[in-house]
Every structure is written in structure tokens, then in C-alpha cells.
Design a protein around this ligand. Sequence first.
Ligand SMILES: *[C@@H]1O[C@H](CO)[C@@H](O)[C@H](O)[C@H]1NC(C)=O
Ligand SMILES: *[C@@H]1O[C@H](CO)[C@@H](O)[C@H](O)[C@H]1NC(C)=O
Ligand SMILES: *[C@@H]1O[C@H](CO)[C@@H](O)[C@H](O)[C@H]1NC(C)=O
Ligand SMILES: [Ca+2]
Ligand SMILES: [Ca+2]
Length: 633
Amino acid sequence: MPLSAEVFTALFVAIGACSTSSLAADVFSNSFLVRFKREMEPREAQDIAQRHGFVNMGQVLGSKSEYHFINHAIPIARTKRSIPHMRKLKVDPLIHTAIQQPGFVRVKRGYKPLKVENLVKNIEPHEDPTDPYFPFQWYLKNTGQNGGKSKLDLNVEAAWAQGVTGKNVTTAIMDDGVDYMHPDLKFNYNSKASYDFSSNDPYPYPRYTDDWFNSHGTRCAGEVAAARDNGVCGVGVAYDSKIAGIRMLDQPYMTDLIEANSMGHEPNLIDIYSASWGPTDDGKTVDGPRNSTMRAIVRGVNEGRNGLGNIYVWASGDGGEDDDCNCDGYAASMWTVSINSAINDGQNAHYDESCSSTLASTFSNGAKDPNTGVATTDLYGKCTTTHSGTSAAAPEAAGVFALALEANPKLTWRDIQHLSVLTSKRNSLFDAKGRFQWTMNGVGLEFNHLFGFGVLDAGAMVALAKRWKTVPPRYHCEAGAVTEMKKIPSQKSLIMKITTNACSGSNTEVRYLEHVQAVITLNATRRGDIELFLTSPMGTRSMILSRRQNDDDSRDGFSKWPFMTTHTWGEYPQGTWLLEAKFNSQMPQSGFVKEWTLMLHGTKEPPYTELPVLDPHSKLAIVKKAHESRSKM
Ligand SMILES: *[C@@H]1O[C@H](CO)[C@@H](O)[C@H](O)[C@H]1NC(C)=O
Ligand SMILES: *[C@@H]1O[C@H](CO)[C@@H](O)[C@H](O)[C@H]1NC(C)=O
Ligand SMILES: *[C@@H]1O[C@H](CO)[C@@H](O)[C@H](O)[C@H]1NC(C)=O
Ligand SMILES: [Ca+2]
Ligand SMILES: [Ca+2]
């Protein structure tokens, strides 16, 4: 592994002690992760599976020594491990270990109740795309329709005008299936990159239910790649791009292997993976990717897209102000781009969570009328105008990234994040409750705790992507740790300090920041009443954990949990970092911070030196100027 590769160390193992409160008892599936003592040909693994009464579902993440077995004699979900079946595998002399996969809960991030509609008729033709729903797609072109704010949109027409529409880019919709026979999707469907991990076949078609529960994936797919000027529904952000369907949400319980197989599926055929789901947004869950899934993500960013890295786009969560997306290990990961939503007048949506790991925002629903949600494709050839939630926001970002990748197919997963930081706009986004202000970080980049660096701007991103120079290698610096147990006082703040040279003089020195993680172990009489703030040497304060009033955990706390912030992007990490822990509580509480490790990720070289500045008012100009004055110091 080169030094610059992404690594998943034991430090990063998130789960174990953390509660998944939505599951009353443990659940075990009929899937097994089987590790052999040596590499096995699929044929051999097949024979062994058969001998013990299992079906071999294939290799796990391309590993020749790990296979996924299913036993159809075991119920899909039961509360006990199946000891006799496990024993059969374990006594086999070729098998090293067999792990029966536990089941857990993952939920779709759809906010609105689903509603079936018919095609709207008699819409006047338009000089824009002629598709009948285009006038409802205010997130693509906001003219002030439906009470929205004019020009508050993704600025996609400016990208299309540059001849960029997503050609030769594939986005996988990891969801409840995709209606790939939909007339607005079928010509953009990439069947070779698609799979159904909920029922283990190549056809990720949604399962029918009377309430159209499984319409989520189809709606997300249309936002990315619905066809243009075909008289059907609206148009996708990247209407000439391809979508793959990865059906993986429609089974009684989620398993690590289903997630891992989905996120690691065809990493050279799929460019972008879009996920609008996650741990339950009940404001008391702390959960994230398990072992195999974490490996799949790390493999995706290191090796996917023939080494450029897959892009994982994540809906930040629908738990509202009671939840914090830094407690969701998928959204908080450095390897996903976590996207929040704004509504059509610039406010955050009331179901939006906030957290310091959010990178940027797109759009969800209209301010007043529930019929002014995201207009997109729906099941069975229909269209909808009510798709909503941060669910609706993430695929818009996937579409914008598909445009950027067509504009410059050499972009790495990190280039996409840099481009998002540099081209997202504050526009007229604001916190409806006035809690979170726009703030300038130490190198002049404006961020907001709710919206990250602002709303994605497809036109600006495509223009910058076209002339982009890949950023220098990335390094990982463990900048310091406090391992003595410190009491969090009941009335005032506990302040902890780490002074660091950011690994200066070593081969993992970080001088220009990308992501920063505070990996924290703590316990408290009421976990939800703890607030955590991380302040950088340049004075940027990130709220890495906000109060979660529903989280009454008093047992698990956080165990080596990687709280992440994007707010310090571009800053210089040398100096003193502060961690502030305090209770925000009516009742007296007690707790201890047991460990804080500061992880810095970024480059040793200034990232944009080879990129000429064309607009002196651009964020690129501002950051470059800051970096140049720094390197003269
Ligand atoms: C998950 O990974 C950790 C660290 O690599 C390891 O200690 C643990 O045993 C793994 N768990 C499973 C179920 O494989
Ligand atoms: C399309 O993408 C594939 C890999 O993603 C690449 O090998 C191929 O050259 C691309 N084709 C064009 C026409 O750009
Ligand atoms: C936290 O951990 C410390 C030391 O292990 C223990 O004394 C204390 O009771 C714990 N507090 C809670 C709320 O679990
Ligand atoms: Ca269309
Ligand atoms: Ca959440």
C-alpha cells in the first residue's frame, strides 16, 4: 500500500459497543461469511458449500479466500445463531472461520408519504427541455415557480451549455430497485453494472406493494438520468449518463455482506454510488458501516474506477434537529460525500439533520405546497412531483458529479470533493431558525454547519473540472492523542488541547487540510446531552456533536468514534487544537472523555498551484492567495 492510500485500521472500527436501538433483540440472517485457509477456486467453494447444504453466492469483494454462503434451510431472520449449521462449516478442514451475518436495520431517507399521480397534461412547450415535467423541476431551473427563489438551483443549464450531459458515466442507485423499463429510464439503464442483492439475481426490479413503498430507487434514478426531450416526465441532471440499479434495501434485515457486495459491485463499471438510506434517524442511534462494508468502501476509493476511486454520495439524514449526522458512520465518513438539502426558498428543510461532516447541499421540497417536491420518474412509467427528503437531495449531487466526470474523466474521488468545496455557493441558503451562521474558515472558505460549503453549482463545477489538475498525494497524520480520563463537569466545559506539528519532518506530513477526524471514546449518564466542539489552530470551530434530546444512552457512550469535520478544508493544521466537551442538559449529568485522537488528512504540497486563476473573486483565487502567502512565510 502506498502511504497515500486510504486505510481502515482498528482505530477506525466503529461498531461493537454502539447501540442499534431500533433492534430489540439480536437477529441472525441465513448468510455466512466464510473465510478459507487458502485461496479457493469458485468451483471448489461451490462443492464445499453444497457438501454442507449451503449455496455459494460468490466471492466477497473479489477475495479468493472469502465467500458468501446462504443456507435456505435457515429462516431469513431468527433470534438465535444456527449452531448446527455453523458447526458443519467450522469443522471443515479447509475453512478458517464462518461468521453468521447479523441482521440490522437500514431505512430509506424518504420524508413524504408516497403518492401516486398521473401525468400532468397541457403544459406549454418550453425552450428549455421539452419534457412535460421540466417546468416543475425548480431544482434544475428555479424561475421563482411555486413560491421559490429565482436562480436558487443547481445551475445545470450552464453545464449542459458546455456540451456536458453525463456521457459515459454510470451512477449506481443503491436502493429498493429501479423500474428499468420506465420509458424515461430504459435507454439510460446499464444492465451490466446492475444487480439485485435483495433476491440474488441480475434483475433489480422493484417488488410491487399496494402503497408503492418500493418507489424510492426509481425516483432517485430519474433525478440522475431521466432522458431529455422525449415527452416523458422531466429530465435528469445528467440526462445522457447511465444508471445502474443495485437493489439491496428490500429484505427483512440488512447484513454487512449485502452492503459490502452492493458498495463493491463492479467498481470499474460504476463511477458513482448514490445512497439515500442509513441507520435509523431516530436521534438516538450511533451506527455505521461494519467490517466488510468498510473494506468495500476503502477498496472503492483506493482501487475503483481503475484507481481513480469511486464516488460515494450519501444523504445526510432525515432525523431533523434531534439527530446529528456525525452519529451516522456512513454520512460522517471521509470517503462519502455527505449531502444535505435546502428547500426552494433557501431554508433548510425541517427534517434536515446537521453535522460538520456535510460537504455541500442540493434541494428537496418546496416551501409551502407539498406538491412542489422533486419532480422525477415514478414506478410503472409514471412521474411524481412529491419526491422529498435528503433522499431526494443525494441523487442530484450524483448527477452533478456525473457531469463533472464527463467533463474530466481523470478526476479522482478527492478531486470531486475539492471541486465541490471550491464551486459550491452560499447563494441564498440560510438557517430557518437562525442558529447556524455562514462563517469564514482560516483560508477564506465560507461554510455553514447545515449546508457545508453551500449548494452545488453544476455549471461552475464542470467549467473548473475541464481545466482541473489532480490534487497532490494525500497523507494521514496521527497528530496526537489524549488518553487520560477527563471528567466532563456538569456546569462548565471540559477543554482539552493537542499541540501538533502535523507530522512535520516525517513522510506523512500534512500541511494543507482535507478532512479532520476527532476519534473519541467517552461515556456519560446521558449521551444525548453532550456537545462536542473542535477548534482548529486557525480558529475555526466545528460542532462535531450536537445535543440529541432523544438519545438517553447511559451505557455505551462512544467507542473510538470518528467525528469528522470538513469545515477546516484548506487550513494549515500546525498548532494547537482544542476539544470542548460539555453538557447541554436540564438535569445534572456526569461523564468522562477517555480518549481523543486527532487525525489529520490532506496534502503536503499546496493543492492548486498548477491551476490558473481565471476569476479573481472565485473561491479558488481566495484559497490560492492564502496558500501562497503561507508558503512565503
Ligand atoms: C472486524 O475488524 C476488527 C479489526 O480489524 C476485528 O478485530 C474484528 O474481529 C472484525 N470482526 C469481524 C466480525 O470480522
Ligand atoms: C468510457 O468509460 C470507460 C471506463 O469507464 C473507458 O474505458 C472508455 O474509454 C470511455 N469511453 C469514452 C468514449 O470516453
Ligand atoms: C464511565 O466510565 C468510568 C470509568 O470506566 C466509570 O467510573 C463511570 O461510572 C462511567 N460512567 C458512566 C455514566 O457509565
Ligand atoms: Ca424525460
Ligand atoms: Ca441520522
